[in-house]
Ligand binder design. Structure first.
Ligand SMILES: Cc1cc2nc3c(=O)[nH]c(=O)nc-3n(C[C@H](O)[C@H](O)[C@H](O)COP(=O)(O)O)c2cc1C
Length: 175
């Protein structure tokens, strides 16, 4: 069934649009003034190669937003397909209400360059400095320049689609 139009004020239509997207999930870590946080972020991706840059889209009411604005940096820990629970926990609670580090066993290691901790056993970790900030209305785009990266080629990224977690599927031939 094909639906089309510009009825973006209709939550059902918007949800239908969103459900047709698929992403990975990054656990965005941030820290400032003795407070550190972790938040699931589906809208996180690499967008430039030289210099290597990543973009994230963060709601302005999230505690993460203020921590990134104040510190000017953030960590990206792209979930492996074994980390759906950590994604779920970090995306279902806010530091505004509770200290998420107590809700699950987030395995952390100290970042090399930034103050925020990074998450272990991920597909990819990238430490970023904010290069540009663009308000988008109900979200803010933070463009981050990569300062340090670490990846594990043995791990597969977690896939997020229509509110559910998936494994990366089989390769499809190009012809
Ligand atoms: C899988 C998943 C992906 C999410 N992606 C985003 C995202 O891209 N941007 C965003 O602002 N919130 C996203 N969220 C919601 C935040 O993670 C959630 O509101 C979180 O509680 C914010 O935490 P904080 O207030 O401690 O920063 C996502 C949640 C989940 C479960």
């Amino acid at each position: 069934m094909i639906l089309e139009g510009d009825q973006f004020a209709d939550p059902e239509f918007r949800r239908g649009v969103w459900r047709q997207t698929a992403t990975t999930v990054a656990m965005v870590t941030s820290a400032h003034d003795g407070s550190a946080n972790v938040m699931a972020c589906e809208w996180a991706m690499m967008v430039a190669v030289s210099p290597l840059r990543f973009v994230i889209s963060v709601g302005p009411r999230h505690a993460t937003h203020e921590l990134i604005e104040r510190s000017g940096e953030f960590g990206l820990s792209f979930c492996s397909d074994r980390q759906a629970r950590l994604s779920h926990v970090s995306g279902s609670y806010s530091l505004n209400d509770i200290d998420k580090w107590t809700l699950a066993d987030f395995p952390t290691y100290p970042a090399h360059v930034i103050a925020a901790p990074m998450i272990e056993h991920c597909a990819l970790n990238v430490e970023c400095r904010v290069a540009e900030t663009s308000p988008l209305g109900d979200h803010t785009l933070f463009l981050g320049e990569a300062l340090w990266a670490r990846f594990d080629a043995e791990r597969q990224p977690l896939i997020y689609h229509a509110g559910q977690y998936r494994y990366l599927g089989e390769q499809i031939p190009k012809d």
